[in-house]
Write a protein that binds this ligand. Structure first.
Ligand SMILES: Cc1ncc(C[n+]2csc(CCOP(=O)(O)OP(=O)(O)O)c2C)c(N)n1
Ligand SMILES: [Mg+2]
Length: 297
């Protein structure tokens, strides 16, 4: 079923993101669904800059900036205050980068998930610390150039599996989403809005600056990530896994070749990358019961 694309806008055009920023587009879509009854918590990240400062902030909603490691704790406190005021219909949303979600704020994130706090936690994943100049995070995939994994070393380690790490806390709702698939994106935020307890959404947010790609390619690269199987579109409700979009299994190279951050990737690293995507789909096949063979090309 086609969802109506809400007209409401909560992100002003004069925001401070780079051209083609996937994270700005993602926020715009998320707020279209969550609407004005949302309070936003943002730890140190590109989004601390994108939002702009009061009184010229680009976000038309109440927003609080926090240090890296405490956004989920801050959201917990805001939730408690809203509950005390009887404002149960207001959504508290953490909007955090991969640096704070996978690394620096992981402790507070895990603690809030374990307590099943009634908040929506969104990690917009651009796969590096972009705001401070493209440093690798534990979300950066193998074979990636960053300023801390320069050629010829590149990133050697796997991308951390944050989705499964969060699911290990027994949270009621988790999903992955891409702004390249707006209908799927809106449906997941709508679902998240209707559920109580800890909701986790992992958004792949292409970053032209850090991924070394053309600014006009954000949507296309996001699609290639999904169609190659690199970024599966999933939903996990009360432990039940669902694939929300079947990839067309285009070759991995078509995703890699549009991005300068992979321009020095060697055959060995490409194989490590491919294997990590294959492992991911093996896991998904087990969880969904879908008869997925080795489709990753
Ligand atoms: C404790 C601490 N260490 C380092 C910084 C500097 N810092 C600010 S934003 C940022 C990068 C954040 O990366 P990520 O969470 O992935 O968000 P992105 O910038 O990619 O949007 C860093 C390292 C900080 N603010 N606080
Ligand atoms: Mg980042």
């Amino acid at each position: 079923m086609e969802l109506k694309y809400p007209k409401a806008e909560f992100l002003e055009p004069g925001h401070l993101a780079c051209a083609g920023c996937g994270a700005a587009l993602a926020m715009r879509l998320a707020l279209k669904t969550l609407d004005e009854k949302t309070r936003v918590v943002i730890p140190a990240s590109c989004w601390s800059v994108i939002a702009g400062r009061h009184p010229d902030a680009a976000l038309k909603l109440p927003l609080i900036h926090t240090p890296f490691a405490v956004a989920p704790s801050m959201a917990t406190g805001i939730r408690a205050a809203l509950d005390r005021l009887g404002q149960k219909d207001v959504t508290v949303m953490v909007w955090a980068g991969d640096g704070s979600s996978y690394d620096i704020g992981f402790g507070a994130l895990s603690a809030a998930a374990e307590r099943n706090e009634d908040i929506v936690y969104v990690c917009y994943d651009n796969e590096a610390y972009m705001n401070t100049g493209i440093q690798r995070s534990s979300s950066t995939p193998p074979g990636t150039w960053t300023t801390t994994t320069p050629y010829p070393t590149l990133k050697k380690e796997q991308k951390k599996d944050l989705l499964n790490a969060l699911l290990a806390h027994g949270i009621p709702y988790a999903a992955t989403a891409s702004p390249s698939y707006p209908q799927d994106f809106l449906a997941k935020f709508q679902k998240a809005r209707s559920i109580r307890g800890f909701r986790f959404i992992l958004v792949l947010a292409p970053c032209p600056t850090g991924w070394r790609m053309e600014e006009s390619k954000t949507i296309e690269v996001g699609r290639l990530a999904v169609e190659s199987g690199v970024f599966p579109l999933l939903e996990v409700e009360d432990g039940k896994w669902r694939i929300t979009h079947q990839p067309s299994w285009i070759p991995l190279e078509r995703y890699l070749e549009l991005q300068g951050r992979f321009s020095s990737i060697g055959e060995e690293e490409k194989e490590t990358f491919r294997k990590s995507v294959q492992e991911k789909w093996k896991d998904i096949a087990e969880k969904t019961g879908s008869p997925l063979e080795d489709k990753v090309r």
